[in-house]
Design a protein around this ligand. Structure first.
Ligand SMILES: Cc1cc2nc3c(=O)[nH]c(=O)nc-3n(C[C@H](O)[C@H](O)[C@H](O)COP(=O)(O)OP(=O)(O)OC[C@H]3O[C@@H](n4cnc5c(N)ncnc54)[C@H](O)[C@@H]3O)c2cc1C
Length: 327
């Protein structure tokens, strides 16, 4: 994939391989031992918390291209840097401070009705909001819960029904020992409930490093019961760190969060070529912005920004064109 930020720019040879899973592509390759294939598969399983038999091969091509066409580049860009000074919370608050419109929290959209002159949003609490245009940022795996009237295109409906595959757990652990940095992956062909884990930091106390904070990620559909501390900790020790003394853990059940229904977007085979461009298209006065179908950093915060900027420009152009027509 020569141009990951413009994936459909020719030559888009990757489209030829879009029907393959990672596992099928690895099975085609000669000259590699099973061990080497397993190591590679467990590394790319981190892209979607899933075995190679579930992840589309072209998702791996995309990450590889985003990493500057190197695996070291992938892990450097995706894993090393983080937002300082308050992290994602501070980032979200800063965006909110910039925003100048009205804000409604804890309000669930249930239905989107479109007429010739506007859009009407029906909320779960009975409220209705009318607008000239709407930007929907509802994630791919949740869009099926909204009724669109008139219905969305057959291709969009098909993409929504298929959704993305990443439904793994993310669990933050506090370990007693002060450990140097580490990164570990677990084979998809074994019995591991975890797909990978990494040490994050050794605390922020002025007296110096103390303990280890690390993050473990589960294979799709596993470690779903956040209160099952015995199972979560036992599997962590068995699959990843046999000698670890786990002091505490913290998790949010993203896969069962009704407003997320999954983690960062990662797609199965055939989806990239079939669904991305369709999901990016507006439907009349409804514009769709989401990291889940961004071109480049799909499934990342950068992808959300890419898609949001594009939709904001599209809405502006649409509203200006409506204004011009009236004049
Ligand atoms: C566990 C985890 C780890 C991640 N790690 C990283 C990382 O290290 N780096 C990185 O760049 N990205 C990471 N991501 C991905 C990144 O967080 C997302 O891709 C990005 O935040 C998506 O932004 P968005 O605006 O498209 O959607 P979201 O931020 O998901 O916003 C969608 C909004 O829609 C709301 N919503 C859903 N349904 C309805 C409804 N019916 N009515 C009203 N509102 C609704 C939701 O509540 C939510 O507020 C991670 C994601 C997860 C889950």
């Amino acid at each position: 994939m020569p141009f990951p930020h413009e994936p459909f720019r020719e030559p888009a040879i990757w489209m030829k391989y879009d029907h393959l899973t990672v596992k099928q592509r690895l099975d085609h390759l000669g000259g590699l031992s099973q061990f080497e294939k397993d190591i590679f598969e467990s590394n790319v399983a981190t892209f979607g918390s899933a075995p190679g038999s579930d992840i589309g091969f072209t998702e791996v091509l995309r990450w590889f291209a985003l990493g500057g066409h190197s695996m070291a580049g992938v892990f450097e860009r995706a894993g090393i840097y983080k937002l300082g000074n308050g992290g994602m919370t501070a980032f979200a608050r800063a965006i909110l401070r910039d925003f100048q419109g009205d804000v409604l929290f804890n309000t669930v959209v249930q239905k989107v009705d479109q007429g010739r002159n506007g859009v009407s949003l029906q909320m779960q609490d009975g409220r209705r909001i009318d607008a000239k245009a709407v930007v929907s940022t509802i994630p791919l795996n949740c869009l099926g819960d909204i009724t669109f009237n008139p219905p969305l295109s057959a291709l969009k409906t098909d993409a929504i029904a298929s959704g993305h595959i990443n439904k793994g757990a993310k669990i933050h652990f506090s370990l007693a020992a002060t450990e140097p940095g580490w990164f570990a992956t677990c084979s998809a062909s074994g019995t591991s409930l975890y797909v990978f884990a990494l040490s994050d930091h050794n605390g922020h106390e002025p007296s110096g490093p103390r303990g280890t904070w690390c993050i473990g990620f589960g294979y799709n559909g596993h470690l779903v019961d956040k209160r099952n501390s015995k199972g979560i900790i036992e599997a962590f020790r068995e699959n990843l760190r046999p000698d670890a003394e786990v002091q505490a853990y913290l998790t949010h059940n993203w896969m069962n969060d009704p407003y997320a229904k999954g983690n960062w977007s990662c797609w199965g085979p055939n989806r990239f070529s079939r669904s991305v461009q369709e999901l990016q298209k507006a439907d009349g006065r409804v514009f769709f912005a989401s990291a889940d179908w961004a071109d480049g950093w799909r499934g990342f915060v950068d992808g959300a920004i890419e898609s949001g900027q594009k939709s904001a420009n599209d809405v502006k152009e649409f509203l200006n064109s409506q204004h011009r027509v009236k004049l």
